[in-house]
Design a protein around this ligand. Structure first.
Ligand SMILES: Cc1ncc(COP(=O)(O)O)c(C=O)c1O
Length: 389
């Protein structure tokens, strides 16, 4: 059967390729240590699971959920962001629930772009920044995230003719995959950029709670006009399976997103919103999660240090964006690690970056998602030391 031209143009999804590598090793009878896909393997906290179970009972005759989320959920979000970022968001006009961050990222361009318009994405990047633009009929322009700039985007490098046609700029800090935080200077620049160029700047802040020392800021602390921020409970509270997040910011932009949303989905189940309210009411599990990732980060970073790879310690997220020798490149190191004698799965940076203007900024990096348990991280560290990389 032939799919649409739109579908055949876009190629495969990088993480489906990673899953395939894992499957190939399993077929050989090897259980790999899987640092490939960023899906936490720890259980969802009991406070969240209990609230969900209770919600199922309480909502036994509740019908369809609200498209934008129950006011109770939006109010809990508003209170949480006030405490966390010191920003005031009106739950009625400035917050909408989303089915995880992915739904928001993918569908947002449908509200803003026409044929011939551009969406700008960081590079390397979370694939739906590009895919959402392409499915909506726009083109994607890529701005490199480079170590020499501390992985801050260079907004001044956007060519004037592209900027004229740009409707959306995606920023993502803490950054997947680089693990960098945005500097306050960059966030101020991005907020000014939104107003000066009449471009919607959308800040994907879904890793805001996964930090090590410095607490990440929200772009909404630096501006409001033409700004939206996206958050998710997937990583903060190990709720990837629950599919819940939110979008907040400029009410004019949010109203357009909501219009798209009412045409596509029927909202997040209310018992999941109950679980999310419970998650937002508890910081202790988040604190524990941060401690766990710090331990794993230090184990793996030390192993790379011991084999003489450049220091690549992330400030935030549960990713290590490890620089590798140019002579091997990202795919070369990934293949070495996949050797059955090592059995470690990582994502080659090249697969989550685009060849653009003659360069691939992920060429000499591999991404480690710190999702396996500590014991497996220790085992992987020993394997890295012994691998002769
Ligand atoms: C940068 C980024 N944005 C969004 C998402 C999607 O998260 P969610 O589970 O909330 O859809 C991910 C997931 O890995 C991500 O890395």
């Amino acid at each position: 059967m032939k799919g649409s031209d739109r579908l055949s143009k876009i190629g495969s999804y990088a993480f489906a390729e990673v899953d395939k590598l894992v499957e190939d090793l399993r077929k050989k009878g090897i259980t790999p240590i899987d640092f490939g896909v960023g899906d936490p393997q720890d259980p969802t906290p009991s406070v969240v699971r209990d609230a969900c179970k209770q919600g199922v009972e309480d909502r036994r005759a509740s019908g369809y959920p609200s498209y934008m989320g129950a006011l109770e959920y939006r109010t809990a979000v508003s209170e949480w962001v006030r405490q966390r970022f010191g920003i005031t968001m009106d739950p009625e006009q400035e917050i909408s629930s989303t089915i995880g961050a992915k739904e928001a990222v993918f569908h947002l361009p449908l509200a803003f772009v026409n044929e011939g318009d551009y969406v700008i994405s960081p590079n390397p990047y979370y694939p739906p920044y590009e895919r959402g633009a392409l499915f909506a009929g726009a083109s994607c322009y890529f701005l490199p995230l480079e170590k020499k700039n501390n992985f801050q985007l260079d907004l001044g490098a956007i060519p004037a003719d592209i900027l004229k046609k740009t409707k959306i700029l995606w920023i993502n800090y803490p950054s997947n995959p680089s693990g960098a935080l945005a500097t306050k200077g960059f966030l101020k620049e991005a907020a000014d950029f939104a107003v000066d160029n009449n471009v919607l700047v959308v800040s994907d802040e879904c890793y805001s709670e996964m930090y090590y020392d410095k607490k990440p800021s929200s772009l909404l602390e630096f501006g409001y006009e033409n700004i939206l921020a996206i958050h998710s409970l997937s990583k903060r509270s190990n709720m990837t399976n629950y599919r819940i997040g939110w979008m907040m910011g400029d009410s004019r932009a949010l109203a357009l997103f909501k219009k798209v949303k009412t045409n596509i989905d029927s909202g997040t189940p209310t018992f999941i919103q109950d679980a999310a309210i419970a998650a937002l009411g508890d910081e202790s599990h988040v604190e524990n999660m941060r401690k766990g990732y710090r331990k794993k980060r230090d184990i793996i970073c030390k192993a790379f240090d011991d084999v003489g790879y450049p220091s690549s310690i992330p400030e935030a997220t549960f990713y290590i964006w490890q620089e590798v020798p140019e002579s091997l490149g990202s795919v070369g190191v990934t293949k070495k690690m996949l050797d059955p004698s090592i059995g470690i799965v990582t994502t080659p940076g090249k697969w989550i970056s685009q060849d653009f203007n003659g360069k691939n900024p992920g060429e000499n990096f591999i991404r480690f998602a710190l999702v396996p348990p500590v014991e497996q991280c220790k085992e992987a560290a020993e394997k890295i030391r012994g691998a002769g990389l």
